[in-house]
Ligand binder design. Structure first.
Ligand code: PHE
Length: 340
């Protein structure tokens, strides 16, 4: 039995030498000290030992148990300590590491201007109407007092899809769709994309317009002028004035070109206004009687005004953008500047 005890002692010493983790240690501990472990079964064997040797053997066995318990405890402490240190080292945060940057997106300048225009006109009681981008000849031209042989068709280089269908060249087409479906009073704002075969620094084959239409009893050019003054102050600044110049559109009579006083130089003349003190911003006029008649609106009872502006043009003026292409290229270095 004494030899057996010695042997076990050596086995324990060997086993703990190789131990790798506290879980592994627990297994070894169970093997020797568990209820059915090596030392316990040896205790049971004491019964077979000669009675006179029993006390001394018992002592030896107890010493072995104590010795191994202490050994396991000491190793367990060491292992736990090492494991904790390792965990702490792994979880250490390096505060000098670059952080994760989450970039915010920004609205496109066109969207910013469109939203601004919508909110200005919504404040004056306008409702939004959005017409189709593929239009037929009737809505885009004929109903707008521009029949097939009308020279004004040459004012806009049209992309035709077929004899009858085309990409709308102006949001004015929406005026007809609205008047066909709604009796006056009408107060409609119609934003949308339009298409023309035109391409240079200030023109693009696709661009956006904002159309306005007001039809009611007793609407005059003064109402148009008053509304435009309000629009100009809200968009370009409180001190800005407007001026109407005679112009021509087939669907309005009289027709006007609307200028705002230069918000850059205050009207003295600068590069932006090309020395004139005025900047052209939109086309407008009183809705032509023929157009009203075509939509079954009696021109002897009702009158109206309409206006149309290029959203890119307003964005370019307001933000000082000199090439329209920048608005379509999607270069984030350009677009980033319009956070807000
Ligand atoms: N549709 C015209 C254009 O595209 C603008 C306009 C709209 C003029 C409404 C008068 C009234 O040039």
């Amino acid at each position: 039995m004494q030899n057996k005890i010695k042997e076990i002692e050596e086995q324990i010493a060997l086993a703990v030498k190789e131990v790798k983790s506290s879980r592994n240690l627990q297994e070894i501990k169970m093997r020797f000290l568990g209820k059915t472990g090596v030392i316990s079964s040896l205790m049971k064997n004491l019964r077979d030992v000669a009675p006179e040797e029993r006390p001394s053997m018992g002592k030896l066995l107890n010493a072995l148990r104590q010795w191994s318990e202490e050994k396991f405890d000491a190793i367990e402490e060491r292992l736990k300590d090492a494991e904790l240190k390792k965990k702490i080292a792994e979880e250490k945060i390096d505060v000098t590491m670059p952080g994760k940057v989450r970039e915010n997106g920004s609205y496109h300048p066109n969207t910013l201007i469109r939203n601004e225009l919508v909110s200005v006109f919504a404040g004056m009681g306008f409702e939004i109407f959005e017409g189709p981008e593929i239009e037929n000849d009737y809505y885009n031209f004929t109903a707008l007092n521009t029949p097939a042989d009308h020279p004004a068709r040459d004012m806009q280089d049209t992309f035709y899809i077929s004899d009858k269908f085309l990409l709308r060249t102006q949001t004015s087409a929406g005026q007809i769709r609205v008047m066909e479906n709604k009796k006056p009073p009408i107060k409609i704002l119609s934003p949308g994309k339009v298409y023309r075969s035109d391409d240079d620094a200030t023109h693009s084959p696709m661009f956006s317009q904002m159309e306005g239409l007001v039809v009611d009893r007793g609407i005059t050019l003064c109402d148009l002028k008053g509304m435009l003054d309000e629009f100009a102050r809200k968009i370009f600044g409180e001190s800005v004035k407007t001026r109407l110049r005679p112009s021509y559109f087939p669907f309005t009579e009289p027709s006007v070109e609307v200028d705002v006083s230069c918000f850059e130089c205050g009207g003295k003349g600068c590069r932006l206004c090309k020395g004139t003190g005025w900047i052209e911003v939109l086309g407008a006029g009183m809705v032509n009687r023929h157009v009203l008649e075509g939509c079954n609106v009696d021109p002897d009872i009702y009158s109206g005004f309409a206006f149309g502006m290029g959203i890119e043009r307003i964005a370019m003026l307001k933000y000082g953008i000199n090439n329209m292409k920048l608005l379509f290229e999607g270069d984030t270095r350009f677009l980033k500047q319009f956070r807000g």
